[in-house]
Design a protein around this ligand. Structure first.
Ligand code: SAM
Length: 341
């Protein structure tokens, strides 16, 4: 009984992290088709991937010749047995190295893939994984969401090119947003809805959860994003705008000197001042068309300097609009942009 409750609290903690979301091969193909030119002659590292179940390993090994890759390295975390489905309860981790097809059938065969037992547990922060990271040109994976900050900081500090899956909420993290503002990281092509296989021990839920006819559990995210620093043509395309500015439709915030633009497509084409836009704007962001000045989290002034306590809902730093009846409306997170002249 004691062991059972210990196990179930371990399972709860593990589930609370929500780290075991498996990316579908179709989603990987849909995104990666825009990046082909980046991979020629490159060493790709998937560092949060059990190669035996990872769609990323599958994609790169089967497209090795087409992409002209030099080497594919994949490491998994605390897991050396396929049927564990990455429950991370084996201390051993393995590394797979693939250097291309040797027998001419263009299929990565078992005897063409080098399997090496890692000394440690395959944690992406371990010395062993960092040594592999140093050898890599491009890192591609869906990392554990609970460690996203550390994960992305490690990639940037090692000056690596990358394409990784994350959640839109990460955009506003205080150690991720500056990278976006400084144009060191941007969003890829397919941001929004994405479905992931999850392990059988994951709790059933009312929303964004289902079990398919084979018994496989699934979850979906409505705000999944691809984060990258690989140049893509999308980010050089101008957003075409149709609306014109007027004071009524674009009110100024109470606690910051910018106008509110509730939807990206409604950005006025003739306004040159500061504008607050939803985070989803980043999906359409072209740094030659707009500059990012900051976000409501770092630019908004405290409401206590503008309004009576009780007239507005308090919370973290946000922009507010005046309702005109002595109360103030708290906005969702906003990014502040300005048109480049
Ligand atoms: C969101 S899942 C994605 C798995 C796989 N990359 C994919 O896209 O299908 C993140 C994976 O990272 C693994 N993981 C968790 N902590 C890790 C760590 N510290 N180092 C490396 N991998 C880790 C988890 O076990 C999990 O399998």
């Amino acid at each position: 009984m004691a062991t059972e409750s210990k196990n179930s609290s371990f399972a709860k903690a593990r589930d609370a992290k929500q780290d075991e979301f498996y990316t579908q091969l179709t989603d990987i193909e849909k995104e990666l088709k825009h990046y082909k030119k980046h991979f020629k002659g490159k060493v790709v590292y998937c560092n949060c991937d059990d190669p035996r179940v990872s769609g990323f390993f599958h994609y790169f090994s089967y497209n090795f010749e087409k992409l002209g890759l030099k080497k594919l390295i994949t490491t998994c975390y605390k897991n050396s047995s396929r049927d564990l489905f990455s429950e991370n309860d084996a201390e051993e981790a393995v590394m797979l190295v693939y250097e291309g097809d040797k027998d001419g059938n263009n299929v990565p065969g078992v005897d063409e893939i080098g399997v090496v037992k890692l000394k440690g547990d395959g944690d992406f922060r371990s010395d062993e994984s960092i040594e592999l990271l140093k050898q890599a040109d491009i890192v591609v994976t869906n990392p554990p969401f609970s460690l996203f900050r550390e994960y992305i900081n490690q990639l940037v500090s090692h000056d690596k090119k990358f394409l990784i899956v994350g959640n839109q909420n990460a955009i506003t993290y205080k150690d991720v947003f500056p990278y976006i503002q400084e144009n060191k990281i941007w969003l890829g092509y397919n941001n929004g809805d994405m479905s992931f296989k999850v392990p059988s021990h994951y709790e059933s839920r009312a929303t964004r959860f289902w079990i398919d006819e084979t018994g496989q559990k699934w979850r979906s995210l409505g705000n999944a994003c691809w984060f990258t620093n690989l140049d893509i043509s999308k980010r050089h395309e101008d957003l075409v705008l149709y609306k014109t500015y007027n004071e009524k439709d674009y009110p100024e915030y109470v606690n910051y000197d910018a106008i509110e633009v509730g939807t990206t497509k409604d950005i006025p084409c003739d306004y040159n001042g500061k504008m607050g836009v939803p985070i989803t704007f980043l999906d359409k962001y072209n740094p030659d068309q707009f500059e990012i000045l900051g976000s409501s989290r770092n630019l908004s002034n405290p409401m206590s300097g503008y309004a009576e306590k009780g007239s507005y809902a308090q919370g973290g730093p946000r922009f507010y609009l005046n309702n005109g009846d002595g109360t103030y409306r708290r906005m969702y997170d906003r990014i502040v942009i300005r048109r480049r002249q």
